[in-house]
Design a protein around this ligand. Structure first.
Ligand code: UDP
Length: 253
């Protein structure tokens, strides 16, 4: 069998050429990195859980009319996605102050924000993904004003959907990051949600106890990352309630 062609390798995922033109295979690795890859480790089973969780959220979003790149899950670590031209922005949506917002503006972690706040960071690891304004984005041609309006609308719909999913299982959606891609239907371009939605790219706090159930467990050495992600997957019904800690035996199909 011919070897698949690798198109791109990032910190947590690999993209391979897909079976048909316009498709890609997205492979979820077990690698965890933080602080711009200064801290790194391999967390057994993380890729399997993120593949399943991202499938769950993207399928749900497709179901409520939010367009995403997700087509179908292929196996434990891979999903078939629609190829898109990624806009070089990390779009962050915040409901509660935490992380870099708290540091930058001196707002205590956990403070509810008066409304969801959207921030844009320029995707460039060498520069540490700096915060940018709409002025930068338009002046440097990363996206147009129309794109930005569409991105904000998309990000807020994702926030409503994800906040609801999480609230229903006793989890507060503090903030999250999405990436957006362009696809072409003939001469018309559309924007779709790309990349992944998983506890790697969200802050998730237990509503009752405040316990962190996201990548901050790794960033701040708070315990087992795979236990935290397994708990999120179990609460959402993505994996059975009686499965083991990393739940690999029950994740075969
Ligand atoms: N985030 C991400 N990738 C990044 C930077 C941030 O997925 O490269 C997510 C992060 O997990 C959090 C949200 O975006 O849910 C806001 O992150 P923040 O700006 O507070 O940065 P951090 O404190 O993670 O450096």
């Amino acid at each position: 069998m011919a070897r698949r062609k690798k198109v791109y390798e990032g910190k947590a995922k690999i993209l391979y050429e897909g079976p048909e033109p316009g498709t890609l295979v997205q492979y979820f690795k077990d690698d965890a990195t933080a602080f711009n890859a200064e801290k790194r480790d391999v967390i057994d089973g993380k890729g399997v859980l993120n593949n399943r969780l991202s499938e769950f959220f993207m399928q749900g979003l497709n179901g409520v009319g939010v367009p995403t790149h997700f087509m179908r899950r292929l196996n434990m670590r891979e999903q078939l996605i629609r190829a898109a031209e990624i806009i070089p922005l990390e779009v962050v949506v915040r409901n509660v102050a935490a992380g870099s917002l708290s540091k930058r503006l001196g707002i205590e972690e956990g403070t509810a924000l008066p409304r969801p706040i959207i921030e844009f960071c320029y995707k460039d690891d060498k520069l540490g993904d700096p915060l940018v304004t709409e002025e930068h984005i338009i002046a440097f041609g990363w996206a147009s004003q129309q794109d930005l309006d569409d991105i904000v609308a998309l990000a807020l719909r994702v926030n409503d959907f994800l906040s609801g999913c999480m609230m229903a299982v006793g989890i507060k959606l503090v903030d999250f990051k999405i990436e957006v891609g362009r696809v072409w239907d003939g001469d018309f371009q559309r924007l779709i949600l790309a990349d992944e939605i998983s506890p790697d790219s969200c802050r998730l706090w237990d509503i009752e106890t405040g316990k962190k159930l996201d990548k901050d467990v790794f960033r701040q050495d708070l315990g087992s990352l795979s236990d935290a992600y397994t708990e999120v997957a179990r609460r959402l019904g993505v994996i059975p309630h009686n499965s083991g800690p990393v739940a690999r035996p029950t994740l075969i199909n």
